[in-house]
Design a protein around this ligand. Structure first.
Ligand code: NAD
Ligand code: UFG
Length: 338
């Protein structure tokens, strides 16, 4: 089977391609490097010893997509390309809607023209409304997104669902990721944020490197056991394997299927910092400051549906995620430019 991976040079894309190659899939990938680097792709080829076609392009470019779909016989698409910085999406809503929606629409149009009818889409726990009971099941309420980024995921889910209704034999997997962390155990692949990281784990890792004096903890007065926010942190390699499971599933299940990809375990900010300190032996200075606007107290997945229907579950521990993050961060202080 040949899989077309959009956003293949990004944090999750690199790990998805590595797992696909490892399992014998043929890969064709594309990325415009708006948030990634060509060296990530070179590393995948070098590490796997497998060459694959890679296109530097914007997924909104339907002419290029048509050329690719003519040149390669694609069986399934994994659509990861997208802008993902929550704060930036508030400042540049049109840029986010234009990129994330138009790329999905161009892709679906080209797929339709070339009779490619299977797609795995990178969605997010951010599509769930803030007032649901925990843990979140796939049936929990969605909408009321609190930022344009979240709305782009919500709207792409709707576009994909509407297209699946009219496409004969179309199969769509909407994967709602919880909080991806960690890195490949080789130490060669990981998260390489462009600027100051917004997310917790890369900030902890860069603080451990001495890039920041301390970690700001956003809120110590939540209704959680230690007062800090609770999330469901999933190792990026487990997440990548979830995509492989979804591709298998799509081969037998037409229609739209939605899956939470998480661990089902809630971990607080302080617990993650402690796990990192214990795994690496490095102590992290921290200050509790005001809550970050828009943050929920708790966001945890119910993962029973993915276990049952995809025969997939996360295997790696928090310790694995901390150790792997540190191996990547410490041996690649400047990310893929190292
Ligand atoms: P990332 O930024 O590392 O990867 C996304 C890739 O898409 C980047 O390499 C970027 O250059 C590329 N890209 C963006 N717009 C493009 C376009 N128009 N044409 C071609 N390439 C384009 O992010 P990631 O963490 O790997 O996330 C992958 C997907 O998963 C994204 O859609 C993101 O919204 C989604 N997601 C991520 C998280 C997370 O916390 N990392 C959580 C939920 C969902
Ligand atoms: N946090 C801090 N200090 C920091 C960064 C984060 O205390 O410097 C806290 C946050 O307040 C939150 C937790 O750490 O309690 C996790 O925050 P992240 O920014 O790492 O992740 P979020 O849960 O806010 O959001 C992430 C992605 C979203 C995605 C969501 C669900 O950034 O794009 O997970 O998948 F939608």
């Amino acid at each position: 089977m040949t899989i077309f991976v959009t956003g293949g040079a990004g944090y999750i894309g690199t790990h998805v391609i590595l797992e696909l190659l490892e399992q014998g899939y043929a890969v064709v990938a594309a990325d415009n490097f708006v948030n990634s680097k060509p060296s990530a792709v070179a590393r995948i080829k070098q590490h796997s010893g497998i060459d694959f076609s890679f296109y530097e392009m914007d997924i909104r470019d339907s002419g290029r997509l048509n050329e690719i779909f003519t040149a390669h016989c694609i069986d399934c698409v994994v659509h990861l390309a997208g802008l993902k910085a929550v704060g930036e999406s508030v400042e540049q809503p049109l840029g986010y809607y234009a990129n994330n929606l138009d790329s999905t629409i161009s892709l679906l149009s080209a797929m339709r023209a070339h009779e490619i009818n299977k797609i795995v889409f990178s969605s997010s726990a951010t599509v769930y409304s803030g007032n649901n009971e925990m843990p979140l099941t796939e049936e929990s309420r969605i909408g009321d997104c609190i930022n344009p980024y979240g709305w782009t995921k919500f709207m792409c889910e709707q576009i994909l669902t509407d297209c699946a209704r009219i496409g004969d034999g179309c199969a769509v997997a909407l994967l709602r990721y919880f909080n991806p962390i960690g890195a490949h155990e080789s130490g060669l692949f990981g998260e390489d944020p462009r600027d100051t990281p917004n997310n917790l784990m890369p900030f902890i890792a860069q603080t451990a490197m001495g890039k920041f004096s301390h970690l700001n903890i956003y809120g110590g007065d939540y209704e959680t056991p230690d007062g800090t926010g609770i999330r469901d942190y999933i190792h990026v390699v487990d997440l990548a394997l979830g995509h492989v499971a979804a591709i298998h599933y799509l081969c037998k299940h037409p229609g739209v299927s939605t899956f939470n990809l998480g661990t089902g375990r809630g971990v607080s900010v302080l617990e993650l910092v402690t796990a990192f300190e214990q795994s690496t032996g490095i102590s992290i200075s921290k200050k509790i400051i005001a809550r970050r606007p828009g943050d929920l107290a708790i966001c945890v997945a119910d993962v029973e549906k993915a276990k049952r229907e995809l025969s997939w579950e996360s295997k790696k521990s928090l310790h694995d995620a901390c150790t792997d993050t540190w191996r990547w961060q410490s041996t690649n202080p400047n990310g893929y430019d190292s």
